[in-house]
Design a protein around this ligand. Structure first.
Ligand code: AMP
Length: 116
């Protein structure tokens, strides 16, 4: 069996984390090394390594994650201005190979450059 990812360990409470939201399909945590005053991670319970590894079977789950991100942004009080990022691949900065959405808010982002 594949080794559990860091995020699966957090989901299973085998590692501590600041879990600020949970439903049947995902959790949200505070990022341990925040790149903005609000930096949250929305993580599906299903350990899909990268976005490109998702299949048609995951369509409902991917939609759920977007809606959860919107609820979580609202819950965090940043619904009027936040950036949603998915890193796909080490070359663009993915370090944890368990799909997650970054919610970043509370600072000015440059318009021309997408990123943290
Ligand atoms: P990425 O670079 O897109 O794979 O994002 C992984 C994110 O997970 C980074 O922003 C890390 O700071 C964050 N991270 C790593 N370990 C933990 C942890 N134990 N608890 C919360 N966030 C973490």
């Amino acid at each position: 069996m594949a080794e559990e990812t860091l995020f699966t360990k957090i989901i299973n409470r085998e590692l501590p984390a600041d879990i600020i939201y949970e439903d049947e399909h995902c959790i949200a945590i505070n990022d341990i090394a925040p790149k903005a005053p609000t930096h949250l991670l929305v993580i599906p319970k299903k350990p899909i390594p990268r976005l490109v590894d998702a299949t048609d079977e995951d369509a409902a789950l991917l939609g759920h994650l977007m809606l959860a991100a919107s609820k979580i942004a609202r819950q965090a009080g940043v619904e009027d201005a936040f950036r949603l990022i998915v890193n796909n691949g080490a070359e663009v900065g993915q370090t944890v190979f368990h799909l997650h959405l970054h919610i970043l808010a509370g600072k000015k982002f440059s318009e021309s450059q997408l990123g943290f």
